[in-house]
Design a protein around this ligand. Sequence first.
Ligand code: PHE
Length: 346
Amino acid sequence: MLQDKIKQYTEEIEQFNPQTSADVENFRLKFLVSKGIVKSLFEEFKAAPADEKRVLGKVLNDFKQLAEGKYQQAQEQFGSTGQVSQAKAEGDLTLPGDGFTLGARHPLSLVRKEIVEIFKKLGFIVAEGPEIEDDWHNFSALNFPPEHPARDMQDTFFIKKQDGNDIALRTHTSSVQVRLMEAGKPPFRAIMPGRVYRNEAISARAHCFFHQVEGLYVDENVSFADLKQTLYHFVQELYGEGTKVRFRPSYFPFTEPSAEMDISCTICKGAGCQLCKYSGWVEILGCGMVDPNVLENCGIDSTKYSGFAFGMGIERITNLKYEIRDLRLFSENDVRFLNQFQTEII
Ligand code: PHE
């Protein structure tokens, strides 16, 4: 009897409790395909006596809905057929995992860290300041005369004028010197890493932003000899024992006397190569004794205190260390470049 069969299968379906996606598939094959039970019961229904058809038709339709509903529910639980979903349900540990790549520190961060570590051992603290500066901290307090060309639009990104005061992106980290000295009392012994901006056309050798580390030491009786010895030590630590240094007279508004420091070429060791333009020397930083005007501008008695300052571009130091010849590589974020610096895991 059709009705008995429906009752029996209804019980079976109600008790159906799949454990794997294979069970779900077997259910479909048994009940729902064109030669399955649901279809065959509909075939039988055609032959049923006419007076039973009304009641039986409803029972059969309910049964069909039950079978389809159960299948849909089971499918949601296990996904459709196939290897991957089966693995998902059962947690197949033999499937290959999703790969992921480890990040690496940016070469500029690596070198900045190295520079900071060397000076920390000499008792320098790390100080930082804002990248958006006013005229006072970037220029005036640092003894730049009002008509100095560095204030010119060609070098500086000006943001807006406020009450006649220019607001600009700092052109060097020397502005942090001023902030540090204004905020405290000597002695000062600090290094100041940070990003700086200059209005220059971007090429292999120049960029509109780069990174500097500035150093400042102010105390009683600080001399040029202290400056030389500190920087000599720094170079030995960074580029290795035996690296030679030389100082050439130079000019900065905020130091007097001023100098530029060269080191023996790290590539050819002084023999002459393309990098050092066959001179055997490469310039790495500017330095000098803090101009007494700067000390006074920051409220420090220049008859009692003296100091030295130096500033270097981190890109330049990094180029010499890793022989990088195009500044643009530092900001392009090309992983083929960055992956070469997997020196430590973050
Ligand atoms: N601020 C100078 C520059 O950007 C570098 C410098 C710093 C020179 C401190 C002397 C002393 O070129």
